[in-house]
Design a protein around this ligand. Structure first.
Ligand code: ZN
Length: 655
């Protein structure tokens, strides 16, 4: 339990100490290295034909005095370069990629040249609105861009040991610290888009400089105070706005600035901002031992996942404002469910796990990762979903404006600049989400094959994980250690699993007695060669929505392990709304004949309405159809839309 001054800290296993060798994830991380990062580099340099220019690198070149020209792009264009660098940094933690490292080093030189002597760094304000720094934080993402650059600087330092970008971002953070703060004469404000808070916490951990922790806490605690900062700064600049039809200044809820963060109690506003804020709050709570902040985190997280979370681990159900709406409002076909929001949800869940290792947080993390996040990228790494609906009919997407944000196909990179680099940095850093350590307890949150080297009081403790998860629930751990080591292995029992068995060196252990907070705890003196075999039963589960979710009433979804399944037109024909799943439907795993490479599909005995005799009438006084027995095929949700354009459906009518 977290109390002031009495906090058992969790620590992460550094990314360069985790090697992923996994049947599912290795290929995705390969794609990030071979396809996604090189493609994005070309995009940042305007070398993609027919794509609107990014101009992001040119902006830095112009700001650095290397080229002539004008700023082009969004006010937050710099963050694309920062996110790219951060993804490269994570890759370099475990992979040799000298060509990428060389480009990254040159980019860092360029960024350093674009930095002002006083530490300020932002090409938009340098080139386009000089003299107007820090005058429109509500709308203009100045601290947001700084936050992304800080994250990149910290990541690059950890993985390469090179300090240049870290020094740049320390200078930038010092400058921000000289402008903002509680002291007289400093600005009492915060960014409209949370990000600086979580970034400063990373910088604090990397440098040990407590000023960064205090600054992060200041930004969080300043948020939502009265008189309102957005109005104060708007009045100062004569109420000019950056965005046409801007509602950001007036709708304080949109950026979670409607009341102080410690008083907030529900998921509200722009979903990405909300989860980035929660990530920063949880990190501050852990490091500062701030119990009130911790209680607020728990409240916000609980409201989000118990009232506002899609079964696919997506959040933010409306397109206007990319935002939460109200409890239990989770429409399937008009869902916004941005990929970035699920990535931010993973950040938030992970920070909650660091505060309090309870499997409920890892369950949410896993749900987002295995469904929405990995589904955000195509199997060739070239196309991306920004919006992740749970039901699609391609014909209406263009015809009806309420579906205009929904795309039945993943879009090329340049169509949506924020999600692809976020997917890239999440996948490249996946290794850091698998384990956390608290004292001598090693928590395994995710079942992903590979090897981790963990420091237990100065002893090197190696944990090798072998598994075909999520296709089956068998996981083997093999221990390697220089000398016998006393430690506890805590293995997560996922929420979807009713029966787990664990053997240590072939001897069955009593799971029930060993389970707390959703983890089986195995405590002993471990020696090299010790083996733990964990089997999680992985039946095909029917899942039902809460009675207050109107959009799932009378419907059922299919889940196996962490994977939510869906129907797709490619397997089941058009008009998926005519497929019904009887209560006694029989399921079987399609292990050998897999419709999409490597993926286990599920067959079900289903019913289909045969409407051949309906005729032309739009309405009739009797239902003119018969029910036919058919076999339905379900595929993992994340794999949909890899076989051409067609219908898709997660929630199916139950007969
Ligand atoms: Zn996005």
């Amino acid at each position: 339990m977290l109390t002031k001054g009495n906090l058992e800290k969790s620590r992460m296993v550094p990314l360069n100490r985790v090697r992923i060798r996994d049947s599912l994830w290795s290929s995705y991380i390969d794609l990030v290295e071979k396809v996604v990062i090189p493609y994005q580099w070309d995009a940042l340099n305007d070398r993609i034909q027919h794509a609107p220019p990014s101009h992001a690198i040119r902006n830095f070149k112009i700001a650095a005095g290397e080229e002539q020209g004008e700023f082009y792009g969004m006010v937050f264009q710099d963050s694309d370069v920062a996110k790219w660098l951060e993804a490269v940094a994570y890759l370099l933690a475990t992979r040799n990629a000298p060509h990428l490292e060389k480009i990254a080093d040159e980019t860092i030189d360029l960024i350093a040249k674009a930095q002002h002597d006083d530490g300020y760094l932002n090409t938009y304000y340098t080139l386009k609105e000089p003299g107007k720094r820090w005058t429109n934080l509500c709308e203009c993402h100045e601290l947001y861009c700084a936050g992304h650059m800080i994250e990149a600087g910290v990541a690059y330092y950890y993985s390469t040991g090179k300090r240049k970008l870290l020094d740049v971002v320390c200078k930038l953070a010092d400058h921000i610290d000289s402008v903002f703060g509680p002291e007289e004469g400093k600005l009492k404000g915060y960014d409209g888009h949370q990000e600086i808070e979580l970034a400063l916490m990373k910088l604090y951990e990397a440098t040990g400089n407590v000023r960064y922790l205090n600054l992060s806490r200041f930004f969080l605690e300043e948020r939502g105070k009265q008189p309102h900062f957005y109005d104060i700064e708007a009045d100062k600049r004569g109420r000019t706005v950056h965005w046409e039809n801007s509602f950001m200044i007036d709708e304080k809820e949109y950026s979670q600035a409607h009341k102080p963060v410690k008083e907030q109690d529900r998921a509200i506003g722009h979903a990405v901002r909300f989860v980035y804020m929660g990530t920063g709050m949880a990190h501050v709570a852990a490091e500062a031992g701030d119990v009130e902040m911790y209680e607020a985190c728990k409240r916000l997280f609980a409201n989000m996942v118990s009232r506002n979370l899609y079964i696919t681990g997506a959040i933010g159900s409306q397109s206007r404002g990319e935002a939460f709406t109200t409890d239990y409002d989770l429409p399937n076909d008009t869902a916004y469910a941005e990929t970035c929001a699920s990535i931010g949800l993973i950040f938030f869940a992970y920070r909650m796990l660091m505060l309090e290792p309870k499997s409920q947080y890892a369950d949410v993390l896993e749900r987002a990762l295995y469904n929405t996040v990995v589904g955000g990228m195509s199997r060739d790494g070239k196309r991306f979903f920004y919006v992740n609906p749970l039901e699609v009919n391609p014909h209406v997407c263009t015809a009806n404006h309420i579906y205009h944000h929904v795309k039945p196909e993943r879009q090329p990179w340049f169509g949506c600049a924020c999600c692809p680099p976020n997917v890239a940095r999440l996948l490249a850093s996946l290794g850091q989400y698998i384990y956390t350590v608290q004292g001598r307890t090693i928590y395994t949150h995710l079942y992903i094959g590979g090897m981790a080297e963990i420091d237990i009081d100065g002893t090197r403790f190696v944990l090798e994980q072998e598994t075909e998860y999520p296709w089956n629930g068998k996981i083997r751990f093999t221990v390697g250690t220089d000398s016998e080591t006393t430690a506890t292995l805590a293995l997560r029992i996922p929420e979807w699993c009713d029966h787990a068995e664990v053997y240590v060196n072939g001897v069955l252990e009593p799971v029930k007695d060993l389970t707390t907070d959703g983890y089986i705890r195995l405590s002993r003196k471990w020696k090299s060669g010790d083996q733990v075999d964990l089997t999680l039963s992985m039946p095909i589960n029917r899942v039902y929505g809460h009675p207050l979710i109107r959009h799932t009433a009378g419907k059922v979804a299919i889940q196996r392990g962490p994977l939510v399944y869906c129907l797709e037109e490619a397997d089941n024909g058009a008009n998926l709304h005519h497929l019904l799943l009887p209560k006694d439907a029989e399921f079987s795993l399609e292990e050998t004949n897999r419709p999409i490479d490597g993926m286990v599909a599920i067959k079900a005995t289903a019913l289909r309405r045969n409407t051949d005799n309906w005729g032309d009438a739009l309405y009739k006084r009797e239902a003119k159809y018969t029910l036919e027995k058919v076999n339905a095929t379900f595929i993992p949700y994340f794999a949909w839309a890899n076989r051409g354009v067609g219908e898709m459906k997660v929630w199916v009518e139950e007969a």
